[in-house]
Design a protein around this ligand. Structure first.
Ligand SMILES: Cc1cc2nc3c(=O)[nH]c(=O)nc-3n(C[C@H](O)[C@H](O)[C@H](O)COP(=O)(O)O)c2cc1C
Length: 210
């Protein structure tokens, strides 16, 4: 009897832990916003950020516009080579680090705590409300028969399409944004617990201006 009770308790623990690790996002807005031409005209990089949090609705909308699913087929707002979605968006905010699940439109908690500064050397973007770290997963290409010498380039092309989406969202909200190709790779890899098949492409800070 004791053993049954113990295993039931263990099962309960496992279930509640796995629920706690997934953060549901509100459904994203798919209409409205600033007209595209105006957002294009306002898009630019700026390196000053207010140390404020954004709402979960704004985060949901930002993630949808950057990397969301826009068709029943599971395809996204950005184009990909051979239908392979090899880039994951990791989200750093004041409260933790998360991985965006585009299909479920939710966040998986990687670790709690404020690690934004770790993505920011020099320190200018460490206060940004949100920093995205784009990570290419080479495992996604296994069995696809893609030419070896193209895979990394395609990953950067996918990242470029996504980050432009995020820049346009920032412009439309009157926020600042800056993408970075120079960052402390080893440090970020440790925080994200990346394996040898996962490589960081770019880092992107986005958020309200001071
Ligand atoms: C691939 C790439 C890497 C970049 N790396 C950095 C960087 O490490 N640090 C930085 O401050 N800006 C970086 N930028 C932002 C550029 O400096 C910026 O886009 C450029 O000055 C043009 O300004 P604009 O974005 O306002 O048009 C990078 C941009 C790209 C596309």
């Amino acid at each position: 009897m004791r053993r049954i009770l113990l295993s039931m308790l263990l099962m309960l623990l496992v279930v509640s832990c796995s629920y706690a690790d997934v953060i549901e996002l509100p459904p994203p807005n798919k209409t409205g916003g600033m007209p595209l031409y105006e957002a294009e005209t306002l898009r630019h990089s700026t390196r000053e950020f207010a140390d404020v949090e954004i709402t979960s609705q704004d985060l949901s909308d930002l993630l949808y516009v950057t990397a969301g699913v826009n068709r029943d087929s599971g395809l996204r707002v950005y184009p990909v080579a051979r239908g392979v979605h090899d880039i994951s968006v990791y989200v750093f905010d004041k409260n933790g680090v998360y991985k965006f699940d585009a299909l479920k439109h939710s966040l998986e908690l990687i670790t709690g705590g404020d690690y934004r500064q770790a993505t920011s050397k020099p320190a200018y973007a460490g206060k940004a409300a949100i920093t995205f770290v784009y990570v290419q997963d080479l495992k996604k290409w296994e069995g696809e028969g893609a030419p070896e010498d193209r895979i990394e380039k395609w990953g950067f092309a996918h990242t470029g399409a996504m980050l432009q989406n995020a820049y346009l969202f920032a412009a439309s909200k009157g926020w600042n944004a800056v993408v970075r190709g120079t960052f402390e790779e080893a440090r970020i890899r440790r925080i994200l617990k990346l394996n040898r098949k996962q490589n960081i492409t770019l880092v992107h800070s986005i958020g309200p201006r001071p």
